[in-house]
Design a protein around this ligand. Structure first.
Ligand code: URA
Length: 327
């Protein structure tokens, strides 16, 4: 039997049995799908259009939950190196729980359009429709992300990166997040641990997040690249192009209401622009109906602490659109 049929059958069995944690149940089949999956073809289109600034998201309508059924939960420490970001308030603990998506295969019908057939829950046209995955259950999102992660883990599109990486760094967080963070590429810490933003820049990102009255468990975090460029050099356009299909598949599956692009590499690649990050920040852009905020990368803030106040202004602007006032 071919892998797709095996997976389909397994899924149907599990659905009949009422299994909700599909990713764990399917882990055993990951080697099967990653060994047989052909390399998919390339990137999706982008748009650079200012988005309306008035809120389309009434406060209190979030589908994000702070608890996760994802299989791996870790607690990350919080750095002390962020001024001027306010410290978390006493009712919001400084520590957060981080939900990581385990790699597991999934039936083809759950894959987003760019990596497979459309699931029946998706709307007819993926290219112009808003929130294509918004009707998908959490389990299906977890399973869809797991399937994409399995493809990423086996990816060799960028020869140099595939030869030098310790592992791929797919993405972590809430598969139903209203907010997606996009960074540049894994660094040494992320390459070693397999999770985005866990080094010094990640600790600062955590503090910014907490100061913005958010937790990592409410967010989905990934990068333009899923492999570490040697020496932390900037991603090449080819590398970003190779990884774009994975990024778009993650965006389509999580289907966030907001994306925050951290730094110029994320902003330029997502929005397909060369406009300086200093000119992109402070307003929303539209990417397939998602409001995109661009701001400085936390690594830049570590080098240029004076820019923290600009990021804080950006976060206030962003959270105000979600109905959350930051002091
Ligand atoms: N910088 C990034 O842009 N992404 C990471 O995951 C880590 C550091």
């Amino acid at each position: 039997m071919n892998p797709q049929r095996i997976l389909r059958q397994k899924l149907e069995d599990m659905q009949r049995a009422g299994v909700t944690d599909v990713s764990r149940e399917l882990l055993e089949l990951v080697s099967l799908i990653s060994a047989r999956t052909p390399p998919p073809s390339s990137a999706a289109s982008t748009a650079l259009m200012p988005a309306p600034q008035a809120s389309a998201t009434p406060p209190g309508t979030s589908r994000t939950t702070a608890t996760s059924t994802a299989p791996v939960i870790r607690t990350a420490p919080v750095s002390s190196e962020v001024e001027p970001f306010p410290r978390p308030s006493p009712d919001r603990p400084a520590e957060h729980r981080r939900a990581a998506i385990a790699i597991a295969p999934i039936e083809r019908q759950f894959l987003p359009s760019s990596l497979g057939d459309l699931p029946k829950e998706f709307s007819a046209s993926m290219t112009d429709s808003r929130r294509p995955c918004s009707t998908l259950s959490r389990d299906k999102r977890v399973a869809g992300l797991s399937a994409i992660a399995a493809q990423v883990a086996a990816c060799t599109r960028c020869q140099e990166l595939a030869e030098t990486r310790t592992q791929t760094v797919f993405g972590v967080g809430n598969p139903e997040a209203d907010i997606m963070y996009i960074g540049e590429a894994p660094g040494a810490d992320e390459d070693r641990e397999g999770e985005p933003f866990i080094g010094r820049a990640g600790k600062l990102l955590d503090r910014i997040t907490e100061a913005s009255k958010l937790t990592r468990a409410e967010i989905y975090i990934c990068n333009i690249l899923r492999c570490r460029p040697p020496g932390n050099r900037n991603p090449t356009p080819d590398e970003a192009g190779h990884c774009r299909e994975y990024l778009d598949a993650q965006i389509e599956t999580v289907d966030p209401k907001y994306i925050v692009c951290w730094g110029s590499v994320a902003a330029h690649n997502l929005l397909d622009t060369k406009v300086a990050i200093g000119k992109l920040r402070g307003k929303f852009f539209d990417y397939k109906g998602i409001k995109v905020l661009c701001t400085y990368h936390p690594s830049y803030l570590l080098r240029s602490p004076g820019a923290k106040k600009d990021v804080w202004e950006d976060m206030k602007f962003f959270r105000a659109d979600m109905g959350v006032k930051l002091e």
